[in-house]
Design a protein around this ligand. Structure first.
Ligand code: SF4
Length: 373
């Protein structure tokens, strides 16, 4: 087993890691759309999209988003509904809401310039330490160490760190490793290089150490602990919630398709501003129909008579899973949303693509054969 390097050796090891990574990155870097620009707005958008989504999925969304909102001013001027419609399918919609709110602040308070100061950029909605460091280093060339999941994994292995990264001391250790490695004046390039290594070579399961440019200086590799890093604390079981959603159709005049009732979630909280079928949490002693009757009476002011479920869809969020029974529903009265919803619409199939629908709503409409998934 190798020992931890002595301080002088450690300086030399750091130099070799920096150099090895930068040279390797120049050779293998993928030509991704956001790597062709130093525009802070475009880099910011890419980092937000990439936070919980894989590169191949992001590429077309990124292109379409920037086509419609090419500048921070264009984004700030757009209605939230249009921004959410662009985000449909990317998930984690709070990212889109925050991006939109932050763009408005940049335009109204920063003369349309993405802030150059760490405190000012961190004060914007949705910008945490990682996105701030990525934008400041890549767009503005500042010496800021960025740490996302990929970078954290690489650092953990390079230093063979066995602590818990979800705890404060684990985060402090990573920050210290990242700052120690950062080459002054080349932070943007180095952050991107280490990110690339984590995404393509130092992957979570079975890292490809044979192809790694820094394997001779990687403590976990030298000690054979790479598969054990980062340490993964035991997982708690994922909570599961049972929901019911109302499939309410209204007959339209002759030769027109029937219209479907959708409701918009209030802006704050999970999936805020997104459209969905009227939905209720099913209590322990309720049927799906009873749950819908209760919730639609309370929050839409209508009397609902729900039939037996036509289908069931499953969906996973970051901290829980849901199973949703889709029930045909007749309503008496016109919906007046309150509580979890702030708008209701009867839509045609043609209007569907312009709405930012929740992931569950997209799956539900596909299961019901209403529009395309
Ligand atoms: Fe990751 Fe292996 Fe490279 Fe170490 S040697 S950084 S574990 S790929």
């Amino acid at each position: 087993m190798s020992e931890t390097p002595a301080p002088r050796d450690e300086r030399e090891r750091r130099e070799r890691i920096r150099e090895g990574l930068l040279v390797w990155y120049l050779r293998v870097r993928r030509d991704l759309p956001w790597r062709r620009t130093r525009d802070p707005y475009r880099i910011w958008v890419s980092e937000v999209m990439l936070q919980q989504t894989q590169v191949p999925t992001v590429i077309p969304y990124y292109a379409r988003f920037l086509e419609d909102f090419p500048t921070v001013d264009a984004l700030a001027a757009a209605p939230l509904d249009r921004v959410l419609a662009h985000w449909q399918g990317l998930g984690y919609y709070a990212r889109a809401r925050n991006l939109h709110a932050a763009a408005r602040i940049v335009v109204e308070q920063q003369e349309g310039q993405v802030p150059r100061g760490r405190a000012a950029i961190r004060a914007l909605p949705g910008i945490g330490p990682y996105i701030a460091a990525a934008v400041l280093s890549i767009a503005y060339g500042q010496d800021e160490a960025a740490i996302d999941t990929n970078i954290a994994r690489v650092l953990c292995r390079l230093y063979d760190y066995g602590g818990d990264l979800t705890r404060a001391e684990g985060k402090r250790a990573l920050q210290a490793y990242a700052e120690a490695l950062l080459p002054p004046g080349r932070a943007g390039e180095f952050n991107t290089a280490i990110m690339e290594l984590g995404a393509t070579v130092c992957v979570a399961r079975s890292p490809r150490c044979d192809e790694c440019p820094v394997r001779e200086d990687c403590l976990a590799h030298l000690r054979g602990t790479e598969e054990l890093r980062p340490h993964r604390p035991a997982k708690r079981p994922t909570p599961y919630r049972t929901l019911a959603a109302a499939y309410c159709l209204r007959q339209a005049p002759e030769n027109e398709p029937p219209r479907l009732l959708v409701v918009r979630r209030v802006p704050a909280g999970l999936l805020g501003g997104m459209w969905e079928l009227p939905t209720a949490e099913v209590g322990a002693v309720e049927t799906p129909g009873e749950a819908l009757r209760r919730a639609l009476g309370e929050h839409l002011g209508v009397e609902a008579r729900a039939g037996e479920p036509l289908a069931r869809v499953e969906h996973g969020y970051s901290h829980f899973r849901v199973g949703v029974d889709l029930c045909p529903c007749d309503l008496t009265g016109e919906p007046h949303p309150t509580g979890p919803w702030d708008a209701a619409r009867w839509i045609t199939p043609a209007e569907r693509p312009s709405l930012g629908l929740t992931g569950v709503a997209v799956k539900s409409l596909a299961a019901l054969g209403w529009g395309e998934e």
